[in-house]
Each structure stands twice: as C-alpha cells, then as structure tokens.
Design a binder for this molecule. Structure first.
Ligand SMILES: NC(=O)c1ccc[n+]([C@@H]2O[C@H](COP(=O)([O-])OP(=O)(O)OC[C@H]3O[C@@H](n4cnc5c(N)ncnc54)[C@H](O)[C@@H]3O)[C@@H](O)[C@H]2O)c1
Length: 315
C-alpha cells in the first residue's frame, strides 16, 4: 500500500501515519503546516509541504509519490473560523478537496477516505436520540456545510469517474497530539489548564451554571482503526459514523480529567458560545459491528491525560 495522507502533520493524520508505517505501508504526508507541525510527521514518511488549494502542487505531489490510497484529512477544521471566514473555509475545504479528488482520479487511486464530521453535520441531536447515517444532515455552520458539500462531490466523482471512497463522519475526536483548536479541543484545553491547576470554564448549553453541551467523544485509536479498515476496503458502507454512541457533558468531562490528573483546578461556568451545537451524539452501532467495541471515555482520557502530563514535564 502506498498511502498519501493529506493533513498528515495534524492530530488525526499523524496518528494514522504512525499506524500505517507500523503496518509496513509506504507513507507520504501532504500538509501546508497551517495548523499541523512538522515534528508530528514521522521521519519514515515522505513530506510534501503543499497547500491543497494549489491544484498544480497537489498534482505534483501525487505524481512524485504515486499513491494507491489516499486519506484526506487536511482541512480548515475550526467551526469558529468557518463562521468568521466562510470564504476561506470553503476555499480550503471544498476547492482543496476537489483538487485532491481530481488528482485521485488522474492517478487511478484505488481508495479515498474522507474525514467528514458527525459532530457537526447533523446539527442539533434531540435528547434521547442518536444521529444515524439515515438522519438527514442539518449543517448549522459553514464548516459543516463544506464537509457535507464534499460528501456530495464525492458521489458525483464516483458517478462520473468511478472514484472509490469511504466517508468517515467523526464524532469529537480526542487523544495524544490533539490541538486545542479542533472540534474536541476542549480535552486539550482542560488537560493543559488542569496540569497547571488553572481554572477551567464550562460554557452553558442553554443557561449559565448548567452542565454544558453534550458530545460523543471518540478516542483517536478508534478513528485510526476506522481509517485503516476503510483504506483496505474492509468497510462496505460508503458513509460510516465514527463515534461511541455514549454521551458526555462538559462538566462530566472536566470532573473526569480533574480526577485523572489529581488537579486542584476550579471549575467555573460561562455563557453559551455562539455556534455551539447543544447536543451531538452518534449512532455508532454499525462501527462496533464492523470493528468491535470502541475505547471507553475512562480509558481514553486516562491515556490522553497521561500524554499531556508527560509533554508538560518535558517542556
Ligand atoms: N478532531 C476532531 O474532533 C474532528 C471531528 C470531525 C472531523 N474532523 C476532521 O478530521 C480532519 C483532521 O482533523 P484534526 O483534528 O487532525 O485537525 P488538525 O488541524 O490537527 O489537522 C489538519 C491538518 O490539515 C492541514 N491543513 C489545513 N489546511 C491545509 C491546506 N490548505 N493544505 C494542506 N494542509 C492543510 C493542517 O496543517 C493540519 O496539519 C479534518 O478534516 C477535520 O475537519 C476532526
């Protein structure tokens, strides 16, 4: 397997690069380092510093590496930035993705995996329910719109050019190397602040003092596992939710991390943040059926908190 990972200097892409190299695959990373870090790219991987908005540069990287499979992780991944700068979001996430798709077609790539968002694409998920892939997407941010648009472009590219793909709709992903700015950035923020015994804020779901928004937190190892399986054609579904189906509110998350890190941080309560979906939870039964049980939040947060502790100790 010759795997090209766009966004491979970022949180999810770099963890995938490690796993793919462990499996004996040849790996190339294509990333503009806008949010990713060069040191995240494993030394055994080829590196192309390329902006996916530059079609010619993307094409040159494909021509140089000749991938047989592509995992497309590169994106403007912040909901807040997408609200402030929707043109920038669309340019990177839609135009950039079309550039990647066109190179996949030209180079007859056998399989493309696309990192979509289960956390944002369904909009509000009412209490007592979980969003399945049969749920009609209701994107409420430019970011969610751009991800949904790319899913539709993929259908067109399959229809027109026979492009073979899998869409993975991730819940809120957390784990080692995560950045505070991503969709599940709160885990990184809480770990960093709690290690320094600084106060943390639980932003309101509706009213200041409530336990905050509800999310489906999925551990990075499960996301990497889903990518590896999809790239090898082991996922028959064209669209798959990658989550746990278990809900956690922000207060529970804060208390959990505080206990794990034996921190003295104070938990404070803040206003509702514009653009935050109140509740997001995925029906992930199909993922469990295909790949087995996902890592529990207890276990995943323990590993993640320990990683942040070790990183802080080295700094
Ligand atoms: N982290 C989550 O909770 C989550 C949830 C749902 C979906 N996703 C999606 O998963 C993917 C990976 O997310 P992540 O959390 O690893 O984010 P990340 O920011 O750590 O990684 C994204 C990478 O893409 C690169 N990039 C950004 N713009 C680029 C451009 N124009 N050209 C080339 N490279 C570019 C960045 O430098 C970075 O290395 C993204 O597509 C994101 O939208 C993430």
């Amino acid at each position: 397997m010759r795997l090209l990972i766009t966004g491979g200097a970022g949180f999810i892409g770099s963890n995938l690069a490690d796993q793919a190299l462990d499996a004996g695959w040849k790996v190339a990373v294509l990333d503009d380092l806008s949010s990713g870090r060069r040191e995240n790219v494993p030394s055994a991987a080829e590196f192309h510093q390329v902006d996916i908005q530059d079609a010619d540069a993307v094409e040159q990287a494909f021509a140089a590496f000749k991938p047989t499979a592509v995992s497309h992780q590169a994106a403007q991944a912040s909901v807040a930035i997408s609200v402030r700068e929707p043109q920038k979001d669309a340019s990177i996430n839609i135009i950039g993705s079309i550039n990647v798709m066109q190179s996949c077609v030209r180079h007859k790539v056998a399989h493309l995996v696309f990192a979509s968002t289960g956390g944002a694409i369904y909009g509000e998920v009412p209490d007592g329910t979980r969003a399945s892939i049969a749920t009609i997407p209701m994107p409420l941010s430019p970011y969610a719109c751009s991800k949904f648009a790319v899913e539709k472009y993929l259908d067109c590219f399959r229809h027109e050019h026979g492009l073979n793909f899998t869409v993975l709709r991730y819940a809120n992903v957390y784990g080692p190397r995560q950045d505070p700015h991503g969709e599940a950035g709160v885990v990184a923020i809480f770990c960093n602040r709690m290690l320094a015994n600084e106060p943390v804020s639980v932003f309101a779901r509706t009213t200041v003092g409530d336990p905050g928004c509800v999310r489906d937190y999925v551990f990075i190892a499960d996301v990497v596992k889903a990518n590896m399986a999809a790239l090898q054609g082991q996922i028959p579904d064209r669209v798959l939710n990658v989550g746990t189906g278990r809900e956690t509110n922000t207060l529970q998350l804060a208390e959990h991390i505080r206990t794990t890190l034996a921190s003295k941080s104070e938990i404070r309560y803040g206003d509702r943040r514009a653009g935050d979906v109140e509740r997001s939870l995925l029906d992930a039964d199909r993922l469990a059926e295909l790949l087995g049980p996902t890592v529990t939040v207890d276990e995943g947060l323990r590993i993640t908190a320990e990683w942040f502790r070790q990183r802080a100790a080295k700094a």
